[in-house]
Design a protein around this ligand. Structure first.
Ligand code: 5GP
Length: 127
């Protein structure tokens, strides 16, 4: 599968320091920052520093080290923002949109971490 990465996308520009961000956590391969248009009291975006378009691109193209770093950073973000269940947090939801059906706006892989309120059902039933 060939993926075309747009180096001018907004998250690439954030990674290059061309646009400011409100950082929650930075690791060797990962950056996490608050979403500019939060849809819940907690809304953090976790992105790999590598040039990956979406989840399947990351899963197939990233190194094991990048994937482990990203996954552990995302869990650490949940702890930092106080959302981790069992550690006094109220829980969270992770979402990754891809492509047209997923209504992905920014073409750099990112994980949304949402929480701080009861988020309701994952999707509205359409049947
Ligand atoms: P998507 O629809 O691609 O899954 O989500 C893109 C997310 O990026 C949206 O929730 C949007 O609010 C967020 N976003 C877009 N531009 C910026 C920006 O410049 N800074 C930050 N922090 N978030 C952004």
């Amino acid at each position: 599968m060939a993926y075309t990465y747009d180096p001018q996308n907004i998250f690439a520009r954030i990674l290059r320091g061309e646009i400011p961000n409100n950082t929650v956590l930075e690791t060797e391969h990962t950056l996490a920052f608050h979403d500019i248009g939060p849809q819940a009291p907690i809304h953090v975006l976790v992105i790999p520093k590598g040039a990956y378009v979406n989840f399947d691109h990351f899963a197939t193209g990233a190194s094991a080290e990048e994937i482990a770093d990203f996954t552990r950073a995302a869990a650490e973000v949940c702890r930092i923002v106080g959302a981790t269940p069992g550690e006094g947090g109220g829980g969270y939801r992770t979402i990754s949109n891809a492509g047209e059906a997923g209504v992905q706006e920014v073409p750099h892989y990112h994980l949304h971490i949402l929480g701080g309120r009861v988020l309701g059902r994952m999707l509205q039933r359409i049947d």
